[in-house]
Write a protein that binds this ligand. Structure first.
Ligand SMILES: [Zn+2]
Length: 417
């Protein structure tokens, strides 16, 4: 840890310990949004924000926000934060590390009697993970004005999302979308192995990859597995296998470039899936992630061509691939990246630029403000498992970068305006 830093690792460790204790009994670590455990976690966080000198509220979108007014509040808000909800049987650090780091930045400023000119806000976004309502980033989408209206009628456990939103303290009376946020920064664990492998402290995130999901359906023909000669079959599975291998080959070629690319056949179903029947039908769902939109376009084009060639070779019908969902990549704000790089240099943090293959609240915040994020290492890149582990020192290094960046930003934004 950096000598003489106002960031105090022992406070970070204590916060993470306290939050991790708030979990479904016998099921570490589970604190899903909208559950009683989640609300208990938020009560704890509310007190912690207040102790850090913040005035707390639940905003209309259901986010917990701690506000520390600036000396010149007319300048607008600099916001820091992440999410406190977890996946079922998740980790102690995904999301929580970013909320706690933001809290520690607020405490470190207060300890030094520093009041920013901008208002500082610490946020715990509602339901970043796929929630019991089957959708994610509910709070950041609300705050950025991108939450689909039809989500509100989704049901889970006998109530609608609208009712659940009101239960956590949000509402539909006041507008949820913000227009006063001048910059947003999020610290998050990397959820991948790059930083640890390269013995780095911080990744400055260049972009959050776009995610495109493509459904492929192969229509073969069911026949007797014992009597149908090999040459006269239309086996949907073997054709699907060629396609799956083609997806891997294409993705490896694109991933060899400098920008992040990954593609996975994540869902695979076969009919009739019986021991003595030639497979008649296969459905696959491909999840493709690209830092560059051009890479995604190349992938979908070459996938179409490759599938046509495989269908011709095997003589089995493959339906036209169907784009099920398509979200473009979110590049980070270039000015914020420079500020974060400089903050890493000033704090002596070993850093590099990386892309995020996972989605984050930052992607939605980028719709309404300058936004960027930093990653801190996590052990073996593991996440969404109870084995997820980030060290207190690594989170503290990240918090020190945020602390430096927020102060630089407080000045730079005024020079710009
Ligand atoms: Zn997360």
């Amino acid at each position: 840890m950096i000598p003489n830093s106002p960031i105090r690792p022992e406070r970070i460790a204590a916060d993470i310990e306290a939050l991790s204790a708030i979990t479904e009994p016998g099921r570490p670590w589970t604190r899903r949004a909208f559950t009683p455990m989640f609300l208990e976690g938020r009560q704890w966080l509310t007190r912690a924000m207040q102790e850090a000198g913040a005035v707390t509220q639940i905003d209309p979108a259901g986010n917990l926000v701690g506000t520390i007014p600036g000396r010149n509040p007319g300048l607008g808000t600099i916001m820091l934060g992440s999410h406190s909800d977890t996946v079922p049987d998740g980790g102690r650090f995904d999301g929580v590390a970013g909320v706690v780091a933001a809290l520690e930045v607020a405490r470190a400023l207060r300890d030094q009697n520093i009041v920013l000119d901008h208002t500082l806000e610490v946020v715990d976004f509602l339901a970043e993970e796929v929630s019991i309502f089957g959708v994610s980033c509910i709070g950041s989408r609300g705050m950025s004005g991108t939450r689909p209206a039809e989500w509100l009628t989704r049901e889970s456990g006998g109530r609608t999302l609208e009712q659940a939103l009101v239960e956590v303290g949000g509402n539909l009376i006041h507008p949820a979308q913000r227009d006063d946020i001048k910059a947003f920064l999020e610290l998050h664990i990397e959820q991948g192995p790059v930083l640890q492998n390269e013995a780095l402290d911080v990744g400055v995130v260049t972009a959050i990859a776009g995610i495109t999901r493509i459904e492929v359906v192969v229509e073969g023909r069911a026949d007797h597995a014992g009597t149908t000669p090999m040459r006269s079959r239309q086996d949907a599975l073997t054709t699907a296998a060629w396609i799956a291998l083609g997806v891997e080959e294409l993705a490896k070629a694109l991933a060899a470039g400098p920008e992040h690319f990954a593609a996975t056949v994540g869902e695979f179903e076969m009919w009739p899936n019986a021991g003595n029947v030639v497979p008649a039908r296969v459905r696959m769902l491909i999840d493709a992630r690209a830092e560059l939109r051009a890479d995604m376009e190349r992938f979908t084009d070459e996938l179409r061509n490759g599938i046509a060639a495989i269908a011709e070779k095997t003589g089995v019908t493959v339906e036209e691939p169907r784009i099920v969902s398509d979200n473009p990549p979110t590049p980070s704000d270039a000015g914020l990246l420079d500020i974060l790089d400089a903050a890493c240099e000033r704090t002596g943090t070993r850093h590099r630029r990386v892309a995020s293959g996972a989605g984050h609240d930052t992607a939605w915040m980028a719709r309404i403000t300058r936004a960027a994020m930093i990653f801190v290492p996590c052990n073996d890149g593991r996440s969404h498992t109870p084995d997820e582990l980030a060290t207190t020192d690594d989170i503290a290094m990240g918090a020190a970068v945020l602390l430096d960046a927020v102060q630089a930003l407080d000045k730079k934004l005024q020079e710009e305006s």
